[in-house]
Design a protein around this ligand. Structure first.
Ligand SMILES: [Zn+2]
Length: 711
């Protein structure tokens, strides 16, 4: 899926997968940086040397070669081109000496056969939905482009008056209501941005629209932002953003369980997918529909970047949308996740994973060949070091996921298929999605792994030659005080970490480099675009991989797992205070003091654990003892999930962060409580606060168990 075009391109990098949290951390709150948490002082020295070695191995030249091969053809999930990327990744990993595995799943994933849009009146024309070849971009010339469509939009043939619905958000329909305008029986046209496109489809359908067109407004990622491709990196007039419009994660025919060979499939009529046709169009085509709209004037914020005054309609412009798919003839497609494995020497059952999706809507040089390349180069670095005689203590798994773009499908099916083993043994999951398309670093994830990411970013040189990645990141963040750290993102929606984090409570972390771009989900997300604008020297690809290799090694080799539950609890304290304020604003009788007290207990337990850990590491602990301590530590974030999930969405079991169900990309913190607050039910809020307290206390007990085991 990936990026939401937004005003601030740097921040926009993260808004899809990791929405920026509002708070900032004080370094003084985090305690002094020890040499490497989870390592004895002597082990820390050797580890730093091993990290320096592995960080030096990823190379721009090999990154560029991988990118050139993987982005040389459009490779949508369910097509032969995806078998080709599968085979490439497997053969590379084999050649470096990794054990490899492919897991195939059969997915209900109808492909489009034809997609057409007409302006029926005035002046009937059929819109040209092709992005068209650009001579200097050879991929756009040599291969047929992926048809313009939105994954999981319905087949159908519908006509009606056009209504402009701004971003198609819940509040936009409320605004239309107040203007006395309905989309019922009409064709809605919405601009991309501000929400996941599946939410736009859901709201249009809910309000009775017959069909939905979603277009890329030039104010978002087109000429208003900069020169357009091929002169500049931004979206040209005929550029199209494809993408899925399904809201749940995973194969819609197997909700909550793996799409294995004999899995029970639900009927299409039971699936949570749109029932109206939805198509993406360019701003060139949108002009043909929007310019002639009459009716009411718009609220000023609804004006986009096209060179005329926008109106909402309805009509007099009328449009027709026609979509045919293979849903009734050949809806099931095979997809392939790939795995490369290095067995751990001391704790082989404990697994550290890194992954990125391997499918795309076109050549996908940025989304997500860049992430795949980062995974590959990290794998090569660690495999080469292992061959040179230094094997990691824990097992490291390098994954590439298929069909992420359709709804995080490859990773979700894997996580559902293998949930018992992952729940028990997965130490951390590192995600790589759109990681090298500019110079601006951003990162985030579970607060338990943020300190580690900051620390490894200090060891990796920034391609700008102006210091480490961390130093350049700090400089760009314009922090107002030396004691502040750059803001990091919270896990929201929209990439492959969701199965690990939201479903199973496995700590995750994610990073990448962003910049201005208007080729998202387009035929021009190509090697040529990448070489000309995104990352001409492929240094940011290599740098993302260096961070990955360093992170993997740090986690894999620690005697005691290097989670930071002090930072975690202090982050939670801020969220607890937000709940206090929200409840106070409602003048409810609900008591929230229990929640802040429980978070305080977790913080105390985390501080005590860190002291006990550092003391214990000065002695020689046996492997079985370390295993016990780590098993206790693994339970901390697992305890912050619940089997029945959120009442709105049972698949989302994590009680710390979820994607906002009314936005899809944005994060909701403490979702069980904050969703209840939004619904306005005081007794449910009281019950959810009490439930969350029991979960924080269970996490605290896990920390106390770990502490006791160090004695
Ligand atoms: Zn992506």
């Amino acid at each position: 899926m990936t990026r939401v075009p937004q005003l601030n391109r740097t921040q926009q990098q993260m808004i899809r997968r990791l929405v920026l949290s509002l708070g900032v951390l004080l370094t003084s709150q985090l305690g002094a940086q020890t040499s490497a948490p989870g390592y004895s002082p002597q082990a820390a020295d050797a580890q730093r040397a091993a990290e320096a070695d592995v960080i030096a191995r990823p190379a721009p030249a090999t990154a560029s070669e991988h990118s050139r091969f993987l982005s040389s053809q459009p490779h949508m999930a369910g097509t032969p081109a995806q078998a080709r990327t599968r085979d490439y990744v497997i053969s590379q990993m084999k050649s470096w000496g990794l054990e490899t595995e492919v897991r195939a799943y059969k997915i209900w994933m109808p492909h489009p056969i034809t997609t057409r849009v007409w302006r029926v009146s005035p002046d009937p024309i059929e819109l040209n939905l092709k992005e068209g070849p650009i001579a200097e971009d050879t991929t756009s010339v040599a291969y047929p482009q992926v048809i313009a469509f939105n994954g999981y939009g319905a087949a159908g043939d519908v006509s009606g008056e056009v209504v402009y619905v701004n971003y198609g958000l819940i509040e936009d329909y409320a605004q239309l209501d107040s203007m006395g305008i309905s989309v019922k029986g009409k064709i809605a046209i919405a601009r991309y941005g501000r929400s996941f496109r599946g939410i736009k489809a859901r709201e249009a359908e809910k309000h009775g629209a017959l069909g939905l067109l979603i277009y890329s407004d030039p104010a978002d990622d087109g000429y208003v932002r900069g020169d357009v491709y091929p002169k500049g990196p931004m979206r040209p007039p005929h550029g199209i953003q494809r993408g899925s419009v399904m809201n749940p994660n995973g194969d819609p025919s197997t909700p909550g369980y793996g799409s294995t060979a004999n899995a029970k499939r639900i009927r299409e009529s039971e699936m949570e997918i749109p029932r109206i046709p939805v198509l993406p169009i360019s701003y060139g085509n949108a002009t043909e529909l929007l310019r002639g709209l009459g009716g009411n004037g718009i609220p000023q914020p609804w004006q986009g970047g096209l060179p005329f005054r926008y109106h909402v309609g309805p009509g007099p412009v009328q449009a027709r949308i026609a979509v045919t798919t293979d849903a009734t003839t050949n809806p099931y497609k095979e997809i392939w996740d790939t795995f490369g494995v290095i067995r751990g020497s001391q704790f082989p059952n404990e697994i550290v994973m890194i992954g990125g999706h391997r499918d795309a809507w076109g050549p996908g040089a940025a989304d997500n060949v860049s992430g795949t390349v980062s995974v590959l180069e990290a794998a090569r670095a660690i495999a080469d070091q292992a061959k040179a005689g230094r094997r990691p203590k824990r097992t490291i798994v390098f994954a590439t996921w298929d069909a992420e773009e359709w709804g995080l499908i490859g990773s979700t099916e894997f996580v559902e298929d293998d949930s018992l083993r992952l729940s028990r043994d997965a130490v951390a999951y590192l995600n790589q999605d759109d990681v090298a398309q500019g110079p601006n670093f951003s990162g985030g994830g579970s607060p338990s792994l943020r300190a580690l990411l900051r620390d490894v970013a200090k060891e990796v040189p920034d391609p700008s030659r102006e210091g480490s990645v961390y130093e350049v990141w700090r400089k760009r963040s314009n922090l107002t005080a030396d004691s502040l750290e750059p803001v990091m993102g919270d896990p929201g929606g929209g990439s492959d970490f969701a199965g690990f984090y939201n479903h199973l409570g496995i700590p995750i972390v994610d990073w990448g480099f962003g910049g201005p771009q208007g080729i998202y989900h387009s035929a021009y997300d190509s090697y040529h675009w990448m070489s000309k604008f995104g990352d001409p020297g492929f240094e940011y690809h290599a740098t993302a991989a260096r961070i990955g290799a360093g992170m993997l090694l740090r986690i894999a080799n620690a005697d005691i797992l290097p989670y930071d539950y002090v930072e975690f609890a202090r982050t939670m304290r801020r969220f607890g205070a937000q709940v206090d304020r929200a409840v106070a604003d409602k003048h409810w009788q609900v008591s929230t003091s229990g929640l802040s007290a429980a978070i305080g207990r977790m913080e105390d337990a985390a501080v005590a654990f860190n002291t006990a850990r550092d003391r214990a590491l000065t002695a020689q602990l046996s492997t079985p003892k370390l295993r016990q301590i780590n098993a206790a530590l693994l339970q901390v974030e697992r305890q912050l999930t619940r089997p029945q999930g959120l009442s709105t969405r049972p698949w989302f079991r994590n009680l710390i962060y979820a994607s906002d169900e009314n936005n899809g990309y944005a994060t909701m913190v403490l979702p069980s409580v904050n969703e209840a607050i939004r619904l306005g039910n005081e007794s449910v809020v009281q019950r959810e606060v009490a439930d969350l307290v029991t979960h924080f206390d269970a996490a605290t007990r896990a920390l106390q168990n770990a502490t006791a085991l160090t004695k």
